[in-house]
Design a protein around this ligand. Sequence first.
Ligand code: SF4
Length: 467
Amino acid sequence: MNQSADQNPASLPEDYNESLKHSFCVLPWLHRFVNLGGEVQLCCTAEEYDHSYIRQDSGQPINISDGLSDAQIDATRHMRDIRVSMLRGDWPAACERCRITEETGGCSRRQAENGHFGRHIPWILEHTDAQGYAPVHIRSRDYRLGNLCNLRCRMCHPRASKLLMDEWNKVARLQHKVTGKQAREYLNMTWFHSQKMWEDFTDQSHDLEHLHFAGGEPLIIPEVLKALEICIEQGVAGQIELTFNTNVTKIPKRHRALWPQFKAVNLLCSVDAYGALNDYIRYPAKWSTLARNLDIIDQEHEALNLRWAMLSVTVQVYNIFHLDQLIDYCQDRFSFIRAMPNLVHLSIPDYFNIQYLPDDLKALAAERLRGLRDRLDSAGVVDGLGQVDSILAYMEMAEHSPYIMSEFKRVTTIFDRLRNESIADLVPQLRPVMEAKIKIGDLGSWLNMAISRIRWLSGKIRKRLLA
Ligand code: SF4
């Protein structure tokens, strides 16, 4: 640790947490995110960006199975550069998603986390030196303890749900297929047995204030229970707030028994549509089970020690025309679960990204969303309306791509055949996309795709020849 105690503490402008006024975020000081394969990344909001993979000074991305301690990870040049950059007011490359969210008028995770952990900011400013070193106090951990899941969502990947392996390789283009080596990795993940990780977790549990689990499906992953049991054994559960991203297909008894021992529990319930469309996207979920579990959460929240619960919706091509139905359901049905779901735009895989829809379908989706917004507005709903605006703005940030939409058609057709389903029956608005033929005017988009394929193939060949 090179920290010089006598240096002047860093400072922030008063409006640092307003949109785009600054880039400071508490997470690089007090958060640890470990992704599905044991990769250490900055935070899950940044996970799609290459720069979010925290690297050793050698340039090697860090994996939990490397056995590095929290202190070693926190002292890497990469982590320090991110901290220094944030204190200077520059956006680190990994934080693009928060920057875009703020640019499109949404409330970013940066802003939310700064609000939540605001009491630690004076300490951060006082104890960070000019090289970005700071003492290790992990207050918040976000662990994806493997890829055990009971669903095979269409926008998912076998890395996150091993059950998806066979279908994925039937759907994916050659360059995205899971290789034999990857398949063995995805089917036999063991990094979460790392002794060092559990030692650090146990030894530093007194610092913990927040534990977040996603998956896989965290409520069926055994190591999630192990983490909760350690916190209880260490006598620190009462200071820790738990948050789960769950598909709400199950609320296991053991979890129900442990949750009341924690400070509070929060649930982000991954539900993407109302009724049969949700089961189509998040196959093979059953709406009747989900609806029953959501009612349990809504009605038994005190016994379950819930502080809050809300639906988290991955906004994509499949559900953009029916978001209003799900939001209306939440508004009418629940008294504890928040009436406005959390709307998260999907960016990859690009063929499910709403930005690439044809212009007439974007206009149709926008009309429905504006109608919903106006209805909620006149009913006096205030919370969360900005999210609808943010989705509308996001949809317009890129132009329609005939090639990407043809990929949507190809992927959807294969999934539909394998699962004996039909998107046109559930979302008739998408019928024109499913029946579209290649047009002369679209050839530019196809040409770009062909060039990128040739580049990928020649890169592969070059790599083989050099190996
Ligand atoms: S600014 Fe956003 S992406 Fe960056 S660390 Fe904070 S929450 Fe994560």
